[in-house]
Ligand binder design. Structure first.
Ligand code: PLP
Length: 352
């Protein structure tokens, strides 16, 4: 590394694998303005606390909740951990388990380990949760069922209403992880949110497709009372209790969530969804034409059976690409991924 090289972040012009993106200019500006605020101490930092209420209300509008409860987390990981914590704390069992499809994000493994909960993962069909397979894993100690709306590796959407129905049959909570998909799905025909099914909690991350600055995740709940079991007394603060996992939190994430959503919801996000989806379809066609086995796009994400060394060579040429657990190349068409970027990527593929 040369001197001064650390002074600037990398740019996005070859990043095809990240689920984060360039923040919207208004989000970037708001993040900077609110850098020195702490929504973890709402009694003292009242302006950002009010902004957080606005953020939760805006997020509620995306996911079909008129009276949303929730907060801006550090990301999808924290939101998923907290959702499982809610389910564990409310349940009456010494041996809790959570049932999720195999495709669930690895943050659920962290949640399980931290919370002393057994994570039971069910096989998937075409990368999508199988409700029958999940049904085989539930029992009296199941505290939550997880469905994924926009999976990390293949971008698929699980059958959320059926998973919610199964959760209700076994008296468990239903948590939906829409960390990545949540800002695309409103413009699709999928059933995925509170308005479509009896969901209890949901993860939706502004710092991914929402185009807010990192860190800005989102945890929403159908009812404020779901957070009761997370309450911790906070004697030295102006307020008396906290439900969050972290203490001091980023006001930048909160402010940039509101700024991005006020700028983009719904028209800007809708346009982005269509542009990204067309890009993903173009890429899938280009790869199929070249003889590759391609999966997707269901949402703007494509995987293909490019051989492992080929992916490594692409990485050496500066492309930030990654592989699925099955070894396929995985391209996420985030807002910064343009058609011209994809054209030059495919041209590099042709070079091999
Ligand atoms: C579906 C899903 N859930 C959760 C996460 C974790 O989010 P974060 O990295 O913001 O903690 C991701 C990350 O890509 C994700 O794709």
């Amino acid at each position: 590394m040369q001197e001064g090289q650390w002074a600037h972040p990398q740019d996005f012009d070859r990043v095809l694998t990240s689920m984060c993106t360039e923040p919207h200019p208004a989000a970037r500006e708001a993040a900077e303005r609110f850098l020195a605020t702490n929504p973890g101490d709402p009694g003292t930092y009242q302006t950002v606390a009010r902004l957080e209420e606005r953020a939760v209300s805006l997020l509620g509008g995306v996911v079909g909740l008129t009276n949303p409860a929730g907060y801006v987390t550090s990301g999808g990981t924290e939101a998923n951990i907290q959702a499982i914590r809610i389910a564990r704390n409310r349940a009456d069992t010494d041996d809790p388990n959570v049932v999720a499809p195999k495709s669930a994000h690895f943050s659920f493994r962290k949640a399980a380990e931290l919370l002393g909960v057994e994570l039971r993962t069910a096989p998937v069909v075409d990368h999508r949760a199988s409700v029958d397979a999940m049904a085989e894993l539930v029992d009296d100690d199941t505290v939550a069922l997880v469905g994924v709306a926009g999976s990390t590796e293949y971008g698929v959407v699980d059958p959320i209403p059926e998973i919610a129905a199964l959760a209700s049959d076994v008296d468990a909570l239903c948590h939906v992880d829409a960390a990545w998909g949540g800002f695309y799905l409103p413009f699709t025909d999928f059933s995925w949110h509170f308005g479509h099914a009896d969901i209890d909690t949901l993860t939706i991350d502004p710092h991914k497709v929402g185009q807010a600055a990192v860190p800005a995740g989102g945890l929403l709940a159908r009812d404020e009372s779901l957070f009761d079991s997370l309450t911790i007394n906070t004697p030295y603060l102006e307020t008396t209790s906290q439900i969050t996992l972290t203490g001091t939190r980023s006001g930048a994430g909160v402010a940039s969530t509101v700024a991005a959503m006020e700028a983009l919801w719904p028209t800007g996000y809708r346009e982005q969804y269509h542009v990204s989806m067309e890009n993903a379809e173009w890429l899938a066609d280009a790869l199929r034409t070249r003889g590759h086995d391609v999966f997707g796009p269901v949402l703007p994400l494509v995987t293909a059976d490019l051989s492992v060394p080929m992916t490594d060579e692409l990485r050496e040429r500066g492309w930030r690409v990654s592989k699925t657990g099955n070894g396929e190349m995985r391209i996420v068409c985030m807002p910064h991924v343009t058609r011209s970027m994809l054209r030059s990527f495919v041209a590099d593929l042709d070079w091999y």
